[in-house]
Design a protein around this ligand. Structure first.
Ligand code: NAI
Length: 396
């Protein structure tokens, strides 16, 4: 079939297997161009099929020759309908990893569930024995608690008062004002239940209890801080409460892994266009201004550039691991540079529907959004008939 993008709001309902495969190849090429990283050799990535998790899997495999197990929640393509990008990404990743002689297997299902944890533990036991790095990179709007069966929904709301600011519809370029009502009822605790640290802790406990973590094993989860412009809806909003919880969980896990010499870290990453971030009001406008400034400064990075730097200049760099006063790794350092933030804040004031195409990188935003789904990728012929049914080799 010929697959074209079909969007509804901030989601794209279709995705393109060849474009996804090309994206994966581009990320692999990038990691290989940067040279070998003396990193972990057996790696579990939870949330491995898109965004930062996929970039982590690629960096481990193609930077450190690591065996990887990836867990994610994606839809395969059928003869009627294309699959989700994470499915196509993983199929392409595994094919390239296997061609390079690397172990790579994948598990598709709800990582919050006991069943998927069980399957993953069994696979590690059978094939790898133990893992030495666990990347936790889930981004999900819902979580069914594995013990109680309660289904929690996260919300993206400010806490304490209405938040009013500019936002952009990145499909039309229209800048408008948006008001978001504050969290009420169980909004905060529900969001913490979905995106906080409990599930990360459960994974690490389960791995430890079954002796599946090697000595000095490391685990890393991803967080975000961002500027004062987005603070009310992000870091001081419901999602920020969840990130506070995630960050606190790193200390609990480290304590729990003490006898192994294991360590849990949170890495604060840069704002990037992913399926998760497109859903957050105000963030797309911030990102389109940020991209403009960072590209002009020559310091723009995508997911793979971020993670390659996280591994090579933080996690596996010589000497003490660089962390901030709260023990977090900061790979958002370039985004948060004072000069970058001052420029973004100036542009923010000027941003209107008319000015944004010039002062912001709306085209870059939109292009990256479509790229997530395998569209508008350089070198791909979209007029060519493509088979939407693609298999992930380890799942056949
Ligand atoms: P993403 O949407 O690209 O990736 C999410 C991954 O989680 C996918 O592999 C998806 O299949 C998987 N997933 C979702 N629900 C699942 C479930 N129930 N079971 C198994 N797998 C599931 O998200 P992105 O942006 O890469 O986010 C990953 C982490 O990075 C999140 O914690 C996010 O807050 C954080 N982060 C994101 C930033 C951004 O600007 N995008 C900035 C800094 C941190």
């Amino acid at each position: 079939m010929i697959i074209e993008p079909r969007t509804r709001g901030f989601i794209c309902l279709t995705s393109h297997p060849t474009g996804c495969a090309q994206n994966v190849k581009n990320q692999i090429d990038y990691v290989q161009s940067k040279g070998a990283i003396d990193g972990a050799k057996k790696v579990l990535v939870i949330g491995a099929s898109t965004g930062f998790g996929l970039a982590s899997r690629i960096t481990s495999a193609f930077g450190s020759d690591a065996a990887t197990i990836g867990v994610f929640f994606d839809k395969p393509g059928t003869e009627k309908r294309p699959g989700s990008p994470g499915f196509y990404n993983t199929a392409a990743f595994e094919k390239q990893a296997h061609a390079a002689g690397l172990y790579a297997k994948s598990i598709n299902g709800d990582a919050f569930s006991n069943e998927i944890k069980r399957q993953t533990l069994d696979l590690i036991k059978k094939d790898l024995g133990q893992v030495d790095l666990v990347i936790y990179s889930l981004a999900s709007p819902v979580r069914t608690h594995p013990d109680t069966g309660v289904r929690y929904k996260s919300v993206l709301k400010p806490i304490g008062g209405v938040f009013t600011n500019k936002t952009v519809d990145f499909h039309t370029g229209t800048v408008s004002e948006i008001s978001i009502n504050p969290a009420e009822g169980d909004d905060i605790s529900n969001t913490v239940a979905v995106m906080g640290g409990e599930d990360w802790g459960m994974w690490m406990n389960a791995l430890k209890e079954e002796n599946l973590l090697s000595e000095n094993a490391t685990t890393v989860a991803y967080s975000y801080i961002g500027p004062s412009l987005t603070e009310a809806v992000y870091r001081k909003g419901t999602i920020g409460a969840a990130k506070d919880d995630l960050e606190a969980t790193a200390f609990t896990i480290t304590e729990n892994l003490k006898e192994l010499g294991g360590k849990a870290y949170v890495s604060v990453n840069k704002a990037l266009v992913t399926q998760a971030s497109s859903a957050i009001p105000v963030i797309p406008l911030y990102i389109s201004l940020l991209y403009k400034v960072m590209k002009a400064e020559g310091i723009h990075e995508g997911c793979v550039e971020q993670i390659q730097r996280l591994y090579s200049e933080r996690l596996y760099a010589e000497g003490d691991l660089l962390v901030d006063d709260k023990g977090r790794i900061r790979i958002d350092d370039w985004e948060m540079r004072a000069d970058v933030q001052a420029k973004v804040a100036e542009l923010w004031k000027e941003a209107t529907t008319d000015s944004l195409p010039n002062i912001g990188d709306l085209a870059g935003y939109s292009n990256e959004f479509f790229n997530l789904f395998g569209f508008k990728v350089d070198g791909v012929n979209y007029d060519e008939d493509v088979n939407e049914v693609v298999e992930i080799p380890s799942m056949q």
